[in-house]
Design a protein around this ligand. Structure first.
Ligand code: TRP
Length: 329
């Protein structure tokens, strides 16, 4: 798969699981790219992937609140709701119907080998793995292909799903005739942002800084992190991983190389390092907090309703094309 430099226009689709509170890993992995692409004139589709939430739950979750809070995260980041289509995939029946023919285009072996799914199974640590956990990447292909997206801004962990999406598009076209283009991935600034404990920043590990954290929460989380006792701060990911994680975070927020951040701190020690990280994160989050304050849940509900209407029109059209190509109509 090739990583493209983004075209100035074109259809972009990406999305997230509404499991509560997007964090800085999402921001640097994909959210910042979405806003940039939208400002460049791309047509932005964002899927609130509510069905993906139930891949690793065995109890009901209250999805309405999770969906609206995620839309509020998007608005806070600067995604323009007037020009984008933000929708929950559960609200678009024809999108979900695409899953059926798509499932016939993949082998169980390739589903078994998906490294991101394998990792999620390990993280979930459950005795049984349900069928949706194994097949949601095919459903994700429907998220991407229903609107014939050309570009998919994602974090590195999503690349296997994008590769599978491209295979499904290619196999569908080979078997039934040309319906789908092949979407390209666009990686964010960081492959995987490490959380405050040195593992991948993740909601389920509770090691992240949420976009909705207030300045005191940010400060408390960063003060709690482990560092070392060497006073001169240096960027050495192998020998000083904790310090390197903090320098990387500050560097991303400030738009600077982490080595440069280290040089600026010099012999200031862990206390000065933490002060710099706290300030840089809070400066990055300040405009995000200001935008968030302008919206409330009713705005999010309205946006999702409008987005679903538009997504349904497009999905109906694509499903009709698919059915025609398969001689099912
Ligand atoms: N799997 C993605 C995540 O966990 C969410 C997602 C669902 C997605 N559908 C998508 C991402 C389509 C990109 C494109 O964050």
């Amino acid at each position: 798969m090739t990583m493209t430099t983004p075209p100035v226009t074109g259809r972009v689709l990406t999305g997230d699981r509404p499991t509560g509170g997007l964090h800085l890993g999402h921001y640097f992995g994909t959210l910042a790219n979405r806003v940039r692409l939208q400002r460049q004139g791309c047509e932005l589709f964002v899927v609130v992937a509510d069905y993906q939430v139930i891949t690793d739950r065995d109890r009901p979750v209250s999805l309405p609140e999770l969906r609206t809070s995620m839309v509020l995260d998007y608005l806070a980041c600067g995604i323009d709701a007037d020009t984008s289509v933000i929708f929950a995939h559960s609200a678009v029946p024809a999108l979900n119907q695409l899953l059926v023919p798509f499932l016939s285009l993949v082998s169980t072996g390739e589903l078994d080998r998906n490294p991101t799914v394998k990792q999620e199974i390990r993280t979930a640590g459950r005795p049984k793995v349900n069928g949706l956990m194994m097949t949601y990447p095919v459903h994700q292909a429907a998220d991407i292909l229903f609107c014939k997206a050309e570009l998919v801004p994602v974090g590195k962990d999503q690349l296997p799903h994008l590769e599978l999406t491209r295979s499904i598009a290619r196999r569908f076209n080979d078997r039934y005739g040309p319906v789908f283009g092949l979407p390209e991935g666009l990686l964010g600034e960081v492959g995987t942002l490490l959380g405050l404990d040195g593992r991948k920043m993740s909601k389920s590990l509770g090691n992240g800084i949420a976009l909705a954290d207030d300045p005191d929460q940010v400060a408390a989380k960063i003060r709690r992190t482990r560092t070392d006792s060497e006073r001169r701060i240096s960027y050495q990911p192998r020998s000083r991983p904790e310090v390197a994680t903090l320098l990387t975070l500050a560097g991303l927020c400030l738009g600077l190389d982490p080595r440069l951040v280290a040089e600026r701190i010099g012999a200031g020690g862990a206390a000065e390092l933490k002060r710099v990280v706290i300030d840089s994160v809070n400066d990055l989050l300040a405009p995000i907090r200001a935008r968030r304050a302008q919206y409330g849940p009713p705005d999010a509900v309205q946006i999702l309703r409008r987005g679903a209407e538009r997504a349904r029109e497009i999905a109906d059209r694509t499903l009709a094309e698919v059915n025609a190509a398969m001689r099912m109509d």
